[in-house]
Structures are given as structure tokens and as C-alpha cells.
Design a protein around this ligand. Sequence first.
Ligand code: SDX
Length: 462
Amino acid sequence: MSKSDKDGKPKNPEAIRKDEATSPETARLTIGENTYDLPIRKATMGPDVIDIQNLYRRSGYFTFDPGYTSTASCESQITFIDGEKGILLYRGYPIEQLAEYGDYLETCYLLLYGDLPTQAERQRFDNEITRHTMVHEQMRTFFQGFRRDAHPMAIMVAVVGALSAFYHDSTDINDPQQREVATRRMIAKIPTLAAMAYKYSLGQPFVYPRNDLDYASNFLHMCFSVPAEEYKVNPVLARAMDRIFILHADHEQNASTSTVRLAGSSGANPFACIAAGIASLWGPAHGGANEAALNMLEEIGTPENIPKYIARAKDKNDPFRLMGFGHRVYKNYDPRARIMQRTAQEVLAEVGDPNDPLLEVARQLEQVALNDEYFIERKLYPNIDFYSGITLRALGFPTSMFTVLFALARTVGWIAHWREMIADPKRKIGRPRQLYTGPVMRDYVPMSRRGTGLGEGIHNQD
Ligand code: SDX
């Protein structure tokens, strides 16, 4: 299927349309002698859901789905993913079009408020964000407590959580105005804090934001300028940075977004909830994969080593996985990965080495994997993290900053989902249940009747 129409505009990916007539209204569950009719709730796109909210009260049974592979944790109108077709929509707009024709602050507005802004709305939003980019001067002291070699993600978890100690006037989450203030402060300040974490790791002075620069240019300025000389932002790199932010802005109910929703469901401080999201994103199975993917490509080093690593990725006894490959939802090419691959080529052509050996290793690794039965059978394709590391390294960032950049961009997605959850009048605290397979009830055992030696304790009995 051609991916673009005559003037090169990406075609609207084929939306999923369901035949309403064949979609049933209820699901029937039979347990022993009992039958339960469960309502089916209809999606505008993608799978409908079986509503099991009353199943336990009616049947005494829980459902069991540890990784949420078949469970919708909430209703949302923000982002849609079709993993089979490799489709990603932010409020209905294809990621390919937003990355091609939009910019990150416009995408923030879209994710937060549900549609693209008018010129006046965009102007007001930009002014609001631009004038909140500075952080309280005392925030600087938090950094001093860290060793210079502290991982920037560890610093980000701490300093973003520390914002909850500074902003008491935007933490009454039931006040829409205060939610708005917290929203704009978070989006405005996250680049400043990310740049401070980077500067601190270098031992260089923090650089204040500038109101005359756009969001991505300001971030590059805060990261790469030094007091000793003039720093001019390269517009090609600023555009690439902005596009990378768009690609990472939101992604439905991924692990870190679900973390923010669960933390926020108790009514916790919004800045603390975002800090929880940063902590979850850090894992190598999630946002940490961009750092891990580049480390993997550097470890592979040359195309000649690819077969050895492919074999390791397939070996059940070897914990090694191809970082940047596979996805819980995408069973097709991650649409963001294609755009990221193109962005890598643009950035390398502008500042790096268009023949960067790592890009060649990545290309050949991708081709080998995509033609290997193991990966084909499991529908493992490159995800957004596979090419992002090469791009971010070419932009001048160290590997340790890669997940910080992901967190910076995803902050708007976390906030959009937090707002959607808090504004829901039917909001409940998230409190999953469990399948308990531990010891049945038993009486306390006095010390005199327990074993005497090491390893004889009752806890060692299976
Ligand atoms: C992100 O959720 C999101 O939306 C996340 C994200 C976002 O924008 O928020 O898209 C960002 O986190 C992207 C994913 C980045 N992570 C990685 O690239 C790490 C490497 N990928 C894997 O760890 C894995 O693919 C996951 C964690 C991403 C998904 O794992 P699943 O869905 O739980 O699948 P699984 O672990 O059950 O794997 C299914 C099979 C297994 O083999 P079998 O047991 O069936 O024989 O596929 C194998 C796995 O061993 N497999 C891999 C593999 N990924 C899965 N084998 C080798 N290399 C891999 N990368």
C-alpha cells in the first residue's frame, strides 16, 4: 500500500471500522451451573471491551491478567494504537502527519485539549509555556547533593518529585484551575530540569532558558551553550529534536503512563505522580531501551558480529534480548521507528558521519532479524528505541541522557492521561486484586517449638 498520496502527504492510515451489526451487545460467561451476561462496551476504533466491573460481586471470581495483555485499565480518548497495522494516532491524527507538518508544542496542545489549536490559542499557549520555563532558584541546591556521576534519570526522579515541595498553589487536584497551572508548569520546566541534570553531570554551569527561542531550540541551548562562547542553535538539529519529542509524546497505557494513572488515582501531588512515571520509564524493558539499544550496537561493533548476537537473542538460556526490538502492542513495524530512522539519517548528514558504522550495524541487524524465522514468528520488529540512540548520540547527547529525553517528551502524555483520569467523575482509586497461592491460615509457633539451627525455620518448608 503506497504510504503517501501524489504530493507526498502521508495517507491517512486505513482506520479500523467495525461492522456494528455483527458486534454483540453482551458476552456470556458460564461458571459451573451459573451463567453471567457481561455488557460489551463499544470502542470508536480498535477492540471493544467486556465490562467485568461487577464480575467479582456477582460470581466471587477475579479475572487474572498479570501483564495486562488482555485488559483495558481505563477508557481514554487521547491516543490510539493499532499494533497489527502499525498505526499510532494522537487524538485521531496520524503520527506521520504530526511529525511531518506539526511541532511539539502544538502536539502538547492537541494531547491536552483534544484538538489542534487556532492561531490565537497556539499563541496564548506558547506564551504561557515560555514564561514558566525557569525553576525556583533553590531547586539548584538539590543537584549539589548528587555525585557528578549520578545517572541523570536518578536525578530527574528526585528533582521532579521535589517540585511537589515547591508548588503548593497548584496541587489541589480537584480545582481545574490549579490542574491547569500544574500542567503548564510541568511542561515548561521539564526541559530546564533535564538540561540542568545534563550540565551537572558535566560539571558545567546551569544555563538559564531564553524566551526568544522555541521549545526545542531552548532545550538545545540550555544543554550545549557555555558562558565562554556564543552558541548558535542549528535549525536542522532543532527540528530533529522537536520531531523526536513529538514521536515520544504519548503512547496509550504503557507502563509509565499506567504508573502515573495509578499514582494519581489516590489523589497524590501531580509532580510526585510524574516522578513515579519517570521511575517506571527508566527500566530497560521500557524507556531505558534507547540507552540499552545503543550500548548493544556499540557492543556488537561490526556487522560481522551480528550473527553471534542474533543467536544470543534467540537462546532461551541467554537473558540477552535485541534492545529496541519487539513491543507488547506493535506486531508490525513501529511507525515511530521509521520516522526515527529517517531523522537519524538527516542528523548524521548534518553533523555526524553519514556512514556512521553504528547506523550500518543497525541497518544490517534489522535486516537479518526481519528475515529470521524466530523474529518473524514472534512478530518482533524495531520499535522507537532502535534508531533513537544513534540519532541522540549524533545530536551530541551521551547515552545516559537518552531516557531523560524520552521522559522530557513523554511528560505531556503523562499529564494528559492524569488530567483525563482526575476529571473523570467516576474516578476510583486503582486497587487490583490477586490470585493468592501462599500459605493457608495457621497458628503462631512459639520459639521453643521451632527448629534450632539455621535453615530449619518453618519459612524454609515448601
Ligand atoms: C517502549 O508499551 C509501550 O507503548 C512502550 C513504548 C512507549 O512509547 O511507551 O512503546 C516504549 O518501551 C518500547 C519497548 C522498548 N523495549 C525494548 O526494546 C526492550 C526489548 N524488547 C523486549 O524486552 C520486549 O519485546 C518487550 C518488553 C518490549 C515486550 O515484551 P512482551 O510483549 O511482554 O513479550 P514477551 O516478553 O512475552 O516476548 C514474546 C516472545 C518471547 O519469546 P517466547 O517466550 O515466546 O519464546 O518474544 C521474545 C520473548 O523471548 N522476545 C524477544 C524480544 N522481545 C520479545 N526475543 C529477543 N529479543 C527481543 N527484543
